[in-house]
Design a protein around this ligand. Structure first.
Ligand code: ADP
Length: 544
């Protein structure tokens, strides 16, 4: 067993007994078999249990008062706690802590939907409520609202939002759709943010600010508190949701195309996520592949010619529009006319779904869209069928070539042609310098306002040396991107220090501010040491 730094086996056992008195003996988990389930199934330290971040155990309360008591015990015995909601953060560390020996505070037994208001479109939920649970609740109660879900539906509304996770609908920036938090602070005190600080508030889930500084965002990507309730904005069930394709022929069209798409995001014409991709660069045609492999990545005129010869558009995207039929039709007319100055642009209408009748008809893969369900507020697990190395996939036998897991390198750029091309040039050049396989087209997701997120999926394989190289390569990629002004939106626990260190403006003023808050609210350093590169005083600067 890996114990927390500075804690003896006897002290740990004494803390466990005290926690058992709070939650019952069955819900403090310290056997290897139980701990196994809290390890990161995608760990890049595959096969190296010395380096791997392994928890000392887990404790699973059912009530807020129990969370408070556990936090007080943790303070007394200096046992660090790593809160998880459903612990499905695969690709970013799963349910495992950043530091070995940290105890997982598993909140998935706190799984009540506390309120849904169909007219003002909000919900109040506990951490263990998954997208699949919440969707079932909405359908069972025939509520005419949509939720915005992340790709795998087994994740939680709260955990995903707190890690700045995303979805495909109008509230796709999940943290931005939070309205009101209840938080257990690292000293065990209970606090409500925004209007919730007013006892008996009637506007906790409608007015986020309350009075004074807006504190709730401090609990996203941080280790300042344990969220025990959160309000979320929902979406009114639309009459129709329809997908459309837009295909743009030439390389240089990317500039006016993204300028116009950004304008349509800003004025609300486009309010679901879309992905800019390159059907041409993603093509398996050997001529194209050869051009892309060349040192300059193929000149744009040469690739434009191939695009014409093979009739494959350079750029393509799929958008969803939703609302009443009249609004959807009018918006689509508007989108087409605003892009009509791009010579040769092509438009195609995709599937239309009507609600509430079509909930069971929408299926991932419809019309070639692997995210059709999430785009319509319907959680699904189908992403694990896409061959990205789900933890339950065999690593031996006929499917042995599948990776053991994946990690994401996820740079973000502004929604402009210059940055979209710029970041890919930096990544490519760095990949070449590092001797990495070249990524052809990363695809950019419009999850945040006027921002594109690129996802470079890194395979984690059954070979510790390869994985170490991959981790170093990602560090080098992140550094190269940072030199050009491109950061990341989220990262795996193994790269949290690296990503935070890039945000170094004015002698790391931001990190120093985080640390000042950390020291003030968590003087014993018990909450999630190292999360997002924020270390408590006693561990700061140590190589952990
Ligand atoms: P999900 O299962 O929804 O994908 P997780 O439960 O794995 O998400 O949570 C993602 C990350 O967010 C965790 O690693 C943890 O650091 C943080 N987190 C999750 N739930 C809470 C919570 N209730 N309070 C504070 N931090 C949390």
């Amino acid at each position: 067993m890996k114990l927390p730094p500075g804690v003896s086996a006897e002290q740990f056992q004494a803390a466990v007994q005290r926690m058992q008195a709070v939650v019952g003996t069955d819900w403090v988990l310290t056997d290897d078999a139980d701990i196994w389930t809290y390890r990161d199934s995608y760990t890049p330290f595959y096969g190296d249990q010395v380096a791997e971040y392994i928890p000392s155990g887990a404790v699973a309360p059912t009530e807020v008062a129990q969370v408070q008591q556990i936090v007080r015990i943790a303070n007394e015995f200096r046992i660090p706690l790593w809160p998880i909601s459903t612990g499905r953060n695969l690709g970013y560390g799963g349910s495992a802590p950043r530091m070995s020996g940290t105890m997982v505070l598993d909140l998935k037994r706190m799984n009540k939907v506390l309120a849904v208001d169909e007219h003002r479109c909000y919900a109040l939920v506990e951490p263990g409520v998954s997208y699949l649970d919440f969707y079932k609740y909405l359908r069972d109660h025939k509520l005419k609202v949509w939720l915005d879900c992340a790709d795998p539906g087994w994740g939680s509304l709260i955990g995903n939002a707190l890690d700045h996770g995303v979805g495909h609908g109008p509230n796709r920036d999940h943290f931005a759709s939070i309205c009101g938090l209840e938080v257990v602070l690292p000293n065990g005190e209970l606090m409500r943010t925004g209007s919730g600080a007013l006892p008996g508030s009637k506007a906790w889930q409608t007015f986020p600010y309350g009075y004074g500084p807006h504190i709730a965002p401090m609990f996203g990507q941080s280790n300042f508190g344990i969220v025990t309730k959160a309000g979320f904005y929902l979406i009114p069930e639309p009459e129709v949701a329809r997908s459309y394709h837009i295909m743009v022929p030439r390389h240089d069209d990317i500039h006016p195309f993204l300028d116009q798409m950004a304008a349509m995001v800003c004025d609300g014409t486009l309010n679901q996520s879309w992905q800019i991709d390159s059907p041409l660069l993603g093509s398996r045609d050997p001529k194209i592949a050869a051009a892309v492999e060349r040192a300059d990545g193929g000149s744009s005129s040469e690739l434009d010619q191939m695009s014409r010869d093979l009739n494959i558009p350079y750029w393509g995207t799929r958008i969803y529009l939703h609302g009443s039929s009249k609004v959807v039709d009018a918006k689509w007319q508007d989108v087409q006319s605003r892009l009509s100055n791009l010579e040769g642009v092509k438009f195609k209408s995709g599937n239309a779904y009507h609600f509430p009748d079509d909930y069971d008809k929408v299926k991932d893969g419809d019309d070639g869209d692997v995210f059709a369900q999430t785009a319509c507020g319907i959680p699904t697990m189908s992403i694990y069928g896409m061959g990205i190395g789900g933890s339950n996939l065999p690593t031996r036998g006929p499917r042995a070539r599948l990776p053991h897991g994946i990690g994401f390198f996820s740079p973000i750029v502004s929604m402009s042609g210059e940055d979209w091309l710029g970041v890919q040039k930096v990544v490519r050049q760095t990949e070449r310098e590092l001797g990495m396989p070249l990524s052809r087209s990363a695809g950019g997701w419009a999850w945040f306002r006027c921002t594109l997120v690129l996802l470079y999926v890194q395979p984690i394989v059954d070979d510790p040396e390869k994985n170490l190289r991959m981790m170093d390569n990602v560090r080098a990629l992140a550094k190269a991107c940072a030199r050009h002004g491109y950061s990341e939106y989220r990262t795996h626990t193994v790269w949290m220090d690296d990503v935070m260190s890039a945000f170094s403006f004015n002698d790391n003023a931001l990190l120093r501010f985080h640390e000042t808050i950390k020291d003030a609210v968590d003087p014993n350093g018990i909450l999630a040491p190292g999360r997002n590169g924020i270390w408590p005083k006693n561990l700061r600067g140590k190589k952990i």
